[in-house]
Design a protein around this ligand. Structure first.
Ligand code: UDP
Length: 146
């Protein structure tokens, strides 16, 4: 690396979706986050309201998959996590793998653990913020005290 200064730590919002919690994968997913070297800043198991999920997924409102996505996300508890580390936003999305578990690479959470048989793409185990702006907005929604 030509630049010897480390980039500042950043934060991201991770959700273990209801399918991940129901399948008992929350611990395995957190293990992968910690094994990569990211720190856990906040962790909370909760069943999200339609209001919170509507705000969280506001960018998808109007898309065909939005109503079933919000319904699915409200169907059971999710594990909401704030993780911290250098380039954690991009890094967690790399750990998660591509959106559709059926084409996510082996070695990723969705590629290793996602089940694609008979399931919709919404059931892809995890959410991770996709930009610093999204991370700030989503962390404020899920953990207003942070
Ligand atoms: N999703 C879906 N159908 C689609 C695209 C997305 O059900 O055709 C769901 C899926 O759960 C995904 C979420 O909507 O994780 C948000 O979509 P996005 O494109 O932001 O994917 P992600 O960033 O989670 O990979």
């Amino acid at each position: 690396m030509s630049d010897l200064t480390s980039p500042p730590a950043e934060r991201t919002l991770i959700l273990v979706k209801p399918d991940g919690v129901a399948r008992g994968l929350a611990g395995e997913i957190l293990r992968r986050v910690e094994a990569k070297g990211y720190s856990l800043v906040a962790v909370e198991l909760r069943t999200a309201s339609a209001e919170l999920l509507g705000a969280h997924y506001a960018e998808h409102e109007g898309k065909p998959f939005y109503p079933p996505l919000v319904e699915f996300m409200a169907s059971g508890p999710v594990l909401a996590v704030v993780a911290e580390g250098q380039r954690v936003i991009e890094g967690f999305r790399a750990l998660a793998g591509t959106t559709d578990p059926s084409s996510a690479a082996p070695g990723t959470i969705r590629g290793d653990l996602g089940r694609d048989w008979g399931l919709k793409v919404q059931q892809n185990l995890v959410h991770g913020s996709d930009s610093p702006e999204s991370a700030a907005r989503e962390i404020a929604l899920w953990f207003p005290a942070l």
